[in-house]
Write a protein that binds this ligand. Structure first.
Ligand SMILES: Cc1cc2nc3c(=O)[nH]c(=O)nc-3n(C[C@H](O)[C@H](O)[C@H](O)COP(=O)(O)OP(=O)(O)OC[C@H]3O[C@@H](n4cnc5c(N)ncnc54)[C@H](O)[C@@H]3O)c2cc1C
Length: 256
């Protein structure tokens, strides 16, 4: 086995819906990451072949364990094996940290928008644990868009930031958590696709917070259609993608 790979143990599994679950693993002390980054996780199939996929890290960078949030894809090579993991099972973790969906890509900015669909919420939870963002930004707007209410996972954990002894003072006047549903008409703050809500500015109007290139820093993660369309709408409004050596307003991660 490649010496970048460690074998970790599963310590916790939570099934949210028939096709969504989270799990935690032990963390090798040499595994470092920046909130927003992803790990490469591996499972072994019944022929002995190792299969790896990128997975955003949900947990805080200071957490002793690693947490991940997964979809189960029908016929998906990786998730059809991963869906059976239980506490005590082994999982392979590549020690290299990957990914550019990190807040250090931005400079200044008053408002940090975290736009996610489905499991694209994962990196943003890790980012919420990042203490520095709470002094850096005046408002942090976390948007989680799913089809149905039962897919609006992690609500308790997100709401706990308002009361947690270490975060509440930092977070309470800054965190705005918006739940969005596309296929149901109750149980959320907004209805419709993120692209539509960015285009018609409904979220901005209702919050009284304008998206513009001076104030806004925007991270987008999840379904590639949503990511690419939203990015297009925002660049047409004068915002730009952050690039190495040229910090802009937008950072994105496509999941497939
Ligand atoms: C940088 C990065 C980070 C990622 N982080 C996560 C994560 O935190 N959680 C997670 O569940 N997946 C994540 N993914 C996707 C993940 O790597 C796998 O694609 C997914 O686990 C399915 O693997 P599979 O082999 O079963 O199916 P694949 O053959 O990899 O995918 C088959 C199809 O399933 C659909 N699909 C794949 N992933 C998703 C998804 N997350 N939500 C909805 N539909 C999907 C797509 O249509 C894709 O073409 C990430 C991908 C990238 C590139």
């Amino acid at each position: 086995m490649n010496n970048k790979i460690t074998i970790e143990k599963v310590t916790y599994v939570k099934q949210w819906t028939y096709n969504l679950f989270s799990f935690r693993t032990t963390r090798d002390e040499s595994f470092k990451f920046i909130p927003g980054q992803f790990a490469r996780l591996g499972v072994i199939d019944n022929t002995g072949k190792e299969i790896f996929r990128p997975y955003s890290i949900v947990s805080a960078d200071y957490d002793e364990e690693l947490e991940f949030y997964s979809i189960i894809v029908p016929d998906g090579e990786f998730t059809q094996i991963l869906k059976n993991i239980k506490v005590g099972d082994s999982i392979l973790v590549n020690k290299t940290n990957y990914g550019l969906l990190t807040t250090d890509r931005f400079e200044k900015g008053k408002h940090l928008w975290l736009l996610s669909t489905g499991t694209g919420l994962a990196p943003f939870i890790s980012i919420l644990y990042e203490f520095s963002i709470w002094s850096q930004y005046q408002k942090i707007i976390l948007v989680h868009c799913t089809r149905t209410q039962d897919e609006l996972t992690y609500q308790d954990l997100i709401n706990e930031f308002y009361t947690n002894e270490f975060y509440s003072e930092l977070v309470k006047d800054k965190l705005i958590y918006l739940k969005v549903l596309t296929r149901e008409n109750s149980g959320a703050d907004f209805y419709g696709r993120i692209t539509t809500l960015v285009e018609n500015k409904n979220m901005e109007i209702s919050l009284g917070i304008d998206i513009n290139s001076d104030d806004s820093r925007i991270m987008i993660c999840g379904n590639p259609d949503m990511v690419n369309e939203t990015r297009k709408i925002l660049t047409e409004r004068g915002l730009s993608i952050s690039k190495r050596g040229n910090p802009g307003n937008i950072a994105v991660e496509n999941y497939w």
